[in-house]
Design a protein around this ligand. Structure first.
Ligand SMILES: [Zn+2]
Length: 298
């Protein structure tokens, strides 16, 4: 009886040990797999760090693209020989466009940016959206031939009541001609008043009437606007959306990425400075670096 009893106890112990192993296996198994995956992810990190070193050497563009949506949106005003910060000399502008062309950038339209931000389309490597504010005549005389030469798309935000009326500004005929060659014409309101100074009624007029006028002159939907003087707030952005625009551009300095609000699109302004082209390179290269080193949008 005792022996039998002991035998039963042994079998019982053996079963318990087996059950314990199974239980430990069930609990620890997934954890071990998780640890193995973490180690694999960890193994990727050093190469990402190497990427940062490459970036310092000025080669970060392709790297940045692989990490997610990242779009450079340049903002120009005048392209002419005038000693003013908003007037980039044509020779410098050509140097900058040649740089983009030689370094694998691909120019895109606002619609391509919109589609990508909506998660519905893929952008080419190193996408750049070249924009001009106000609609100056020198955009046609000086920038347009250079954009054509390098086969670059661009976007001009025009002040609709100034076109064909003021000598310094484009005519609608010039706007239509440029649209045949990859230049997209969009709204910069009717008369360029800072939007934060306007009543709701005035705001609505600026938004709706500029859209209508440009659409009538150009024969297609005008879906984008640049805030005059860059001033906007949440209420204004809501009214822009209500007026039927798909997106709005600010002068907030930054690159466009997944965190970008379509009604507050960042841009990188390019100015005429003491060393315009050096500053251009710094502006287009250093910003992705700030983002890599933890720079956050606010
Ligand atoms: Zn403006």
């Amino acid at each position: 009886m005792q022996r039998k009893g002991k035998g039963v106890l042994h079998r019982g112990t053996a079963l318990l040990v087996v059950l314990l192993f199974v239980a430990v296996g069930l609990v620890a198994g997934p954890r071990l797999i998780a640890i193995a995956e973490e180690q694999q992810e960890g193994a990727v990190q050093p190469s990402a760090r190497t990427g940062e070193t490459d970036a310092i050497a000025g080669e970060e563009q392709k790297e940045t693209c692989e990490q997610g949506l990242k779009v450079l949106v340049l903002n120009y005003h005048k392209i002419e020989n005038n000693n003013h910060s908003l007037s980039v000399p044509p020779w410098d502008f050509e140097t900058q466009m040649k740089y983009l062309s030689d370094h694998g950038y691909t120019s895109i339209s606002p619609d391509e940016l919109y589609t990508a931000l909506a998660g519905a389309g893929k952008l080419p490597d190193n996408p750049v959206l070249i924009t001009f504010d106000d609609g100056y005549r020198d955009n046609y005389d000086n920038a347009f031939p250079i954009l054509k030469k390098y086969k670059l798309k661009a976007t001009i935000f025009v002040i609709t009541s100034f076109l064909g009326k003021k000598e310094q500004y484009l005519t609608w005929e010039q706007a239509r001609e440029m649209e045949k060659h990859g230049i997209s014409i969009q709204s910069h309101t009717v008369d360029h008043k800072p939007m934060t100074d306007l009543s709701d009624e005035q705001l609505r007029m600026e938004l709706v009437e500029s859209k209508k006028k440009a659409e009538a002159e150009l024969g297609h939907e005008v879906g984008y606007i640049a805030y005059p003087t860059g001033t906007y707030n949440l209420h204004i952005a809501e009214m822009v959306k209500e007026a039927g625009y798909k997106g709005a551009f600010t002068i907030k300095y930054g690159n466009v990425d997944e965190a970008t609000n379509i009604y507050a699109i960042e841009r990188v302004p390019i100015f005429h400075t003491e060393n315009t082209n050096k500053d251009f390179l710094e502006r287009i290269h250093y910003l992705p670096l700030f983002a890599k080193f933890g720079w956050q949008k606010n």
